[in-house]
Design a protein around this ligand. Sequence first.
Ligand code: HEC
Length: 118
Amino acid sequence: MTAAPAFSPERSGVLRFAGWMALGLAAALLSSRPALASPQLALDKGCYTCHGKPPRKSAPTFAELASRYAKHRGNTSAENALVEKLRQGSFLGHIDAHERLSQEDARRLVRWIIDGAH
Ligand code: HEC
C-alpha cells in the first residue's frame, strides 16, 4: 500500500484552479466599482436635464438626493430598494429616463448618489 504523495498532480490542479478563481473574483470586484464613471453616466443618460441646476419642475437636485440618500450608505437592502424604486418610475408620472435604466446602470447611479453625487 502506498501513501498518496503530499502534492499530487490533481491537488495542484485544484490549487491552480482556486488561484484563478480568486483572481477572477478580485477582477470582478474591481470592475464593479467604476466610481468615477457615474457623473458621466448621469450626463449620458440625460439625468441633468431635470436634476441639474436649476432643476426642472418638481425634480430634486442631485445634491438634495445625495443628502436624502446618505443615511443608506453601506445598507445593501436599502440600496436594492432604491434601485428598484428608481426603475419602476413613480406611480403618477412616467419618467422615461428612470424606467429605461438597466439594473446595472441604476445601481451605479444610486451608489453614486449615496456616495454624495460628486
Ligand atoms: C424628465 C425629468 C427627469 C429626468 C430626465 C430624470 N429624472 Fe429623476 N426625478 C424626476 C422627478 C420629477 C423626480 C421626483 C418625483 C419622483 O420621485 O418620481 C425624480 C426623482 C428621482 C430620484 C428620487 C427617487 C426617490 O423617490 O427616491 C432619483 C434617485 C432620480 N430621480 C434619479 C435620476 C437619474 C439617475 C436620472 C438619469 C437616469 C434621472 N433621475 C432622470 C425627474 C427626472
